[in-house]
Design a protein around this ligand. Structure first.
Ligand code: GLU
Length: 331
């Protein structure tokens, strides 16, 4: 079946998503983005789905997946569809969806939109003379874009493994971000022809996410601004596969008191650790809601209690620092 002929689960009800990668415990920075995604959907009477992004077998662990679901529920977030509840767009676990991604990839291959690339990481590093234009690294210089069939066969026979890259459209990709405002990206300037399948056979994040958002009926994507450079790639894929794009909101990041981005190494700021210290989850969501400009104080508030105040115009446009006084207030 042509993938764009699959039945879509779209309805007129907005649908947001929480898309954790089970590569560690979630910290306050993840919780902030998930809370905002949940509020954006629920405040419009929308649905929420939870999708486990465990596409990379080397980085994902089932025990983290179980812990993430538990921690998000403890925080007061819920979802209509997910790995534990099922739903019409399921399975909601990327590692169980490889056939769906294969179908999408075949569709792109058959349309002549892809090519095999034999460059190794080392070769790419050496080729990358241009300064990096963003945090995605130097754009792929297109080395394998014009290999002919004979050259491809010769490479394969010499035992080289290929990844599959998309021939990126040359026209700018434009979208209006609910937080960051109007955006315009030239794919050739942010990463160039990107991989759809790695040389070890693992489907790339960009393809999996674009296909899942379309087939699961996601109408709004809310996530950290660190993922903004991925959005034009996902929009390009959605268009090439014959789907419309959801709306996007890329939220500022939560930083620690020193101004560093929260990361897995901030173990004391993981929901797990806060929970073990018997912190009331309503204090956490109250603080996050306050930092998002929704309330005048950081008083305890559940996600449901924050819902009526949700408004994108209140959200700060700059990254937000989590001061020591904020953390003291939690305990
Ligand atoms: N799974 C990604 C992460 O945890 C998020 C991807 C997305 O929101 O599109 O960073």
């Amino acid at each position: 079946m042509h993938i764009s002929e699959r039945p879509m689960q779209h309805s007129s009800i907005p649908c947001g998503r929480l898309a954790p990668s089970p590569t560690g415990h979630i910290h306050l920075g993840n919780a902030w983005a998930f809370l905002l995604a949940w509020l954006a959907a629920r405040s419009q009477g929308g649905q929420v789905l939870l999708r486990l992004e465990d596409i990379d077998p080397q980085r994902s662990r089932p025990d983290y997946a179980a812990a993430i679901l538990e921690d998000l529920r403890w925080l007061g977030l819920d979802w209509d569809y997910g790995p534990d509840t099922g739903g019409p767009g399921g399975p909601y676990v990327q590692s169980l969806r490889s056939e769906i991604y294969d179908t999408a990839l075949t569709q792109l291959e058959q349309s002549g939109l892809t090519y095999p690339c034999f460059c190794t990481r080392k070769e790419l590093r050496q080729l990358a003379a241009a300064p990096h234009v963003d945090d995605t690294g130097a754009p792929y210089p297109g080395t394998c874009r014009h290999l002919n069939e004979e050259q491809v066969q010769a490479m394969l026979q010499s035992g080289r493994k290929a990844c599959v890259r998309l021939r990126c459209p040359q026209t700018p990709i434009r979208f209006d971000d609910a937080v960051m405002g109007p955006q315009s990206f030239l794919l050739s300037r942010c990463g160039g022809d990107f991989a759809l399948r790695r040389s070890d056979g693992v489907v790339a994040y960009q393809l999996a996410v674009a296909v899942d958002d379309a087939l699961m009926g996601v109408t709004q994507v809310v996530r950290g601004r660190d993922i903004l450079p991925s959005t034009p790639r996902q929009i390009a894929l959605l268009e090439l596969l014959g789907y419309g794009a959801p709306s996007y909101a890329h939220v500022p990041l939560l930083l620690d008191a020193e101004g560093e981005r929260l990361a897995k190494r901030h173990n004391s700021l993981s929901l797990r650790c806060l929970r073990e210290q018997r912190v009331d989850p309503r204090r956490i969501t109250g603080l996050l809601g306050h930092l998002a400009g929704l309330t005048f104080s950081a008083a305890s508030a559940s996600p449901a209690e924050l819902m009526p105040a949700f408004d994108w115009s209140r959200l700060p446009r700059q990254d937000v620092r989590l001061e020591h006084r904020h953390l003291r207030g939690l305990l």
